[in-house]
Design a protein around this ligand. Structure first.
Ligand SMILES: C[C@](O)(CO)[C@H](O)COP(=O)(O)OP(=O)(O)OC[C@H]1O[C@@H](n2ccc(N)nc2=O)[C@H](O)[C@@H]1O
Ligand SMILES: Nc1ncnc2c1ncn2[C@@H]1O[C@H](COP(=O)(O)OP(=O)(O)OP(=O)(O)O)[C@@H](O)[C@H]1O
Length: 318
């Protein structure tokens, strides 16, 4: 029986930074981090099928701003394809694919949606083109694409060091429930880091540690985790977007164990004690804005979940 290559779909998760410790800016303009990532159950799917030429398409969930996703050669998925091909000495012109992203992770939301797509592209194209890239090489290519991309490959719960690209899994004995309060407008990650520099011109090169948070993860106790969540980019994000502080206060007033800005923002995440608790807090936050009448997008997710993985495909019997 022959096998026909019909393509495959790879799913990659959004992330939350449970701890985002930021050190003073490095000479290369990046910041040393000690972060603890958790992958949560909000996903982008990337389908890749054989094709002569390179094509990239996009479908988005209602809450995702499609016009903010570049499709004309400047998508992080294009860069992932270029780097993967170059790593194997392949001419890009000879390696096409019909790639389609189905996006649920908000754009510029601080949840690493672009990084998820890049990680999904590496896994999908590696399989589609039959490259069998080893894990270490995939992680190295991911690190070139962006600081959060290696974690999107790994998933679960992990410590990130360097500029975030060096990832090590950690013990996590919890199943954590989150409310995600999305924002209609995205935020620029470089702008938030620049404002961190303005607020902390003398920041130590050594980012603050996460020992208490790591112990809380090991314990599986949501109240302990809530007490140790930490984000050094939250204060600069609040300055740039004062509405976020109100949002965090609202979620906590509605009974969430703790609210936090996700990464560089603007998504606000709320830790809850159970799925039921998270659904109740989410419902309480879905109140139309009195000025505009618009209802905020508030989702429920759990973590940790797997990193980029194949959910459909590759070969069909023909
Ligand atoms: C905010 C976080 O999401 C937290 O995990 C990341 O630090 C940002 O990750 P990312 O978007 O994958 O970042 P990259 O694509 O590598 O870098 C985008 C920009 O963010 C800033 N940046 C990023 C990572 C880092 N450790 N220091 C930085 O200063 C730099 O201005 C950089 O030009
Ligand atoms: N596949 C993609 N999905 C989303 N944005 C993309 C993609 N490719 C390129 N971009 C560009 O990257 C920018 C940042 O996108 P992304 O959604 O990854 O931000 P983010 O979630 O804030 O990331 P992080 O938390 O890692 O800083 C977008 O504003 C967009 O211009």
């Amino acid at each position: 029986m022959s096998r026909r290559n019909t393509g495959l779909t790879v799913r990659a998760p959004a992330k939350i930074n449970l701890h985002l410790g930021v050190g003073g800016v490095r000479p290369d303009g990046m910041h040393p981090l000690l972060t603890v990532y958790q992958a949560v159950s909000l996903y982008d799917d990337l389908a890749a099928a054989p094709a002569e030429a390179w094509r990239l398409g996009l479908t988005v969930d209602d809450h995702v701003a499609a016009h903010e996703v570049p499709l004309a050669g400047d998508n992080i998925v294009d860069r992932a394809a270029d780097l993967l091909a170059a790593h194997h000495g392949l001419a890009r012109a000879d390696h096409g694919a019909a790639v389609h992203i189905t996006k649920a992770i908000p754009v510029a939301g601080g949840m690493a949606g672009g990084s998820a797509d890049a990680a999904a592209a590496l896994v999908a194209l590696d399989r589609l083109w039959g490259l069998e890239t080893c894990d270490d090489d995939l992680l190295a290519i991911a690190a070139e694409l962006g600081s959060d991309v290696p974690f999107a490959l790994l998933g679960g719960t992990a410590v990130g060091t360097g500029r975030g690209e060096i990832v090590t899994p950690v013990a996590d004995h919890g199943s954590w429930w989150w409310v995600l309060a999305l924002s209609a407008r995205g935020m620029s990650t470089p702008a938030v880091y620049r404002h961190f520099d303005e607020l902390h011109p003398d920041a130590s090169p050594e980012p603050p540690p996460a020992d208490a948070l790591l112990a809380a993860l090991d314990s599986g106790d949501p109240a302990r985790l809530a007490a140790t969540l930490h984000n050094d980019l939250q204060a600069p994000a609040f300055d740039l977007r004062p509405d976020l502080a109100d949002r965090i206060a609202r979620g906590e007033a509605e009974g969430a164990l703790r609210g936090l800005v996700s990464g560089s923002g603007p998504t606000c995440v709320f830790l809850c004690g159970s799925g039921e608790h998270a659904r109740a807090v989410a419902a309480a936050l879905r109140v139309p804005d009195p000025a505009t009448g618009a209802e905020p997008v508030v989702l429920v997710a759990h973590g940790p979940v797997a990193g980029a993985h194949v959910v459909e495909g590759l070969a069909a019997h023909g």
